[in-house]
Design a protein around this ligand. Sequence first.
Ligand SMILES: Cc1ncc(COP(=O)(O)O)c(C=O)c1O
Length: 360
Amino acid sequence: MSIEPFSVEKIWVPTDFTEFGKPKENLVNVAGCENSHTSGIVMKVLQESLGSNPALLIDHWQSQDTTLRKKLAELHDVALEQVYLTAGALAGIQYSFGIFVNENTNVGLLKPDFPGFVYFSKWKKANTHWLKNTEFPFYIGNRDIADFVRKNIVDFLILSNPSAVMGTQKETKEIEDLVKASPNTIFIVDEADSIHPDSSSAHLSKSYNNAIFLGSFSKFYGLSGLRVGYLITPKKFSEHFDRTISPAELTSLAILAATHVLDDKQYQRETQEKVRKNLSSLESACEGIPYRVVPGSRCFASYLWADGGVEDPYQTLQGYGIKILKGSNFGIERGGRVNLSSTENIGKLTGAVKQIFPTR
Ligand SMILES: Cc1ncc(COP(=O)(O)O)c(C=O)c1O
């Protein structure tokens, strides 16, 4: 047989998968990047709809639902034909690589960043180039990115914004400068971790043909279990996504829940407020001690770090029953990512930090 079966190393994404019938780990888990609560309105809509509408289970549903796409187009101030729904941002990543990348493509990736990206580059046998900064606070600026793109003739660069590791976010102006500086490079800006839809840069896809944006309902909107996301493309590429995305991409319940959660502004505001407070309580718990939080997080992700003068915080916190996401998953030697969405969990984390450094 002359066929060589596909054999790229399995993708790894920084997510804990829950399994039906299996108990959850008995740990304070702040390793994920999902919301810790749901929209009450969405729970009610799902319960009532499932109780009364068997077609939700029986029928195939139009995955590119016009109502949901219109809402997203309005939210991001783009045209309807620029918006496509996908089974999570993960599918958006896969479709983007599927359309733009082949074995001759120079793909640019940052480190630290979402560790799932590299899988798709390997899958397409592309030439992968890395731009790294694994020194606290891990910031990678526009000038370095532009130099990196130029030096390696990067055709396709994918990055998370906000960062899936630290939660820091480049402003729209910075993203604009980035795409403007390298017009021959396709930029995929993965906004999956955003909790501030108002500050999305996706509208740049109206003015720049090299900027594509990905979104997710798994985090801010609390719908990981339903697998729903979207992408916003310049009109130039709409047809390519239209031809590529599976006609049966989304489930009925995903469409229903996503449509309603976009209207639940109170739930969204509560989430933003909670995260703001949790970040500031973590920051104050770290004042005057060797632990440091990467400054400026704007989403559920924040990064807890300490230099070599003390034991790796990942290790120490484990001894207190607290699980953060180990830095090595992102190529960082010490510390790890912390999820800011649960006030209860952040309370336990800051409590442990105070016990570890009691003498302040
Ligand atoms: C940057 C980034 N992209 C994509 C994903 C996957 O998101 P989704 O659940 O919408 O597929 C995640 C979540 O882990 C992420 O952090």
